[in-house]
Design a protein around this ligand. Structure first.
Ligand SMILES: Nc1ncnc2c1ncn2[C@@H]1O[C@H](COP(=O)(O)OP(=O)(O)O)[C@@H](O)[C@H]1O
Ligand SMILES: [Mg+2]
Length: 398
């Protein structure tokens, strides 16, 4: 059931119409809190544009602890950066213009999907990795993630892999975990014949030889583990398969760079579980920043430590009316690196050669190399994720 608080009758009716029959409109925030206390499994609250911002913030702050899986979507007549920043700080998942009905519905669907994932009890039974440092000789795993497509994940992952190999001095494996729409093969012009899909049928007897047989060499020092050629094959690559492949690949490489789908799906979670660093991509536009802020909150909820996150701003110099201060305010996180925007990036992609390899002196190549050097190569390998107990512990009842 979706719970809606909207004081103005006509707006409430309109919301109930677009959100469907499983919607209940309530007349006060106290009533809403009482309902939630009695129904801890509820996953979505929509606060109408008539809600006072301070009340909405108080409500979200109160419920993010008692109902961590609950999503709060806030409607406003106008969405501006200040409201957005304040709302996201309070843990509100989405702020949407109330007049944009399709966007409202889409935001609610996104929030519900995330809540279902967060509430999924099966996660509680997945054994947590030991929070100890990997032994010497084991790869450092770096996952490149963004909650939105088109941010430059695959571009950064491919260039990072080349930068980390330092001309063949390090062994790097680039893993394509965007299993439905993997682009690594296309970006590097590699045949996808060998791919991670082969691990599915032999997951219980995977070893180095088997993993090696799935790799495609890109250049000395850079191997790739590509995505299966069809989304149907990609679906068969479960969390368990990803975990096992990474466990074995770890002893074969110095660095593993993982490109991901723009979603907290089970394969991405397996990658994040195994990772020493999460590179989170931002771009200087409000929807992307907002989604990244939500993703950072989700990282908190899932217990992925803040000190392993590196936020990289792509197309940092794009003239879009957002200042560095706006971006910092919305994200509440320092930016580890700024990558400029350049049309040479898509040109390099069309040629099938990452810009770091093609034009090493290009400002984009330099930015990626500096980031790799400062944030990844010099960092000692530390433990993977610490358990996110908060999410799965017994819920506090009011
Ligand atoms: N710094 C940049 N400057 C210009 N274009 C870029 C830059 N980074 C990425 N792009 C372009 O943006 C598009 C999306 O990048 P991609 O890496 O496929 O994103 P994602 O993997 O996040 O969906 C590509 O066409 C790429 O060429
Ligand atoms: Mg991609």
């Amino acid at each position: 059931m979706t719970l809606v608080y909207e004081r103005r009758g006509s707006a409430a009716q309109q919301l109930a119409d677009i959100l469907g029959p499983a919607t209940r409109v309530v007349g006060s925030l106290d009533e809403l809190s009482a309902l939630l206390a009695g129904n801890p499994e509820e996953l979505l609250v929509v606060l109408g544009a008539g809600t006072d911002l301070a009340d909405a913030v108080r409500f979200a702050v109160a419920h993010r602890i008692t109902h961590p899986a609950l999503g709060v979507v806030l409607l406003r007549e106008e969405v501006d950066a200040t409201v957005l920043a304040e709302a996201l700080r309070a843990g509100i998942r989405e702020v949407v213009a109330s007049a944009e009905m399709l966007t409202v519905r889409a935001a609610c669907e996104r929030s519900l999907a995330l809540s279902r994932l967060l509430a999924k009890p099966t996660w509680a039974s997945v054994p947590e990795p030991e929070a100890t440092a990997p032994e010497g000789g084991e790869a450092k795993i770096v996952t490149v993630f963004a909650p939105k497509g088109g941010c430059g994940k695959t571009t950064l992952a491919t260039n990072l892999a080349v930068a980390l190999s330092a001309g063949g001095a390090h062994r790097v494996c680039l893993v394509d975990l965007d299993l439905a729409f993997g682009d690594v093969a296309i970006m590097l012009q590699l045949p996808p014949d060998r791919n991670i899909g082969e691990a599915v049928s032999i997951v219980d007897r995977l070893d180095e030889t088997a993993v090696r047989s799935m790799l495609t060499r890109y250049r000395p020092g850079v191997d790739t583990l590509l995505a299966p050629p069809t989304p149907a094959d990609g679906e068969k690559v479960t969390r368990g398969v990803v975990t096992e492949v990474l466990r074995i690949a770890r002893s074969m490489f110095d660095y593993i760079v993982i490109d991901t789908a723009p979603a907290f799906n089970e394969q991405v979670l397996a990658a994040l579980d195994a990772s020493h660093k999460y590179v989170l991509l931002a771009a200087p536009d409000i929807p992307t920043l907002k989604n990244l802020r939500v993703a950072l909150d989700t990282f908190d909820l899932l217990g992925f430590p803040a000190d392993r996150r590196l936020v990289v701003l792509n197309r940092a110099d794009a003239k879009v009316g957002l200042t560095a201060a706006d971006i910092a305010r919305i994200l509440r996180t320092p930016i580890a690196a700024n990558i400029p925007s350049s049309r040479d990036v898509p040109v390099s992609i069309n040629r099938g050669v990452p810009i770091v390899a093609d034009q090493p002196n290009h400002p984009v190549a330099k930015a990626v190399r500096d980031f790799a050097q400062v944030s990844l190569l010099r960092e000692p390998a530390t433990a993977a994720r610490t358990p996110g107990r908060r999410l799965f512990g017994p819920r506090k009842q009011k």
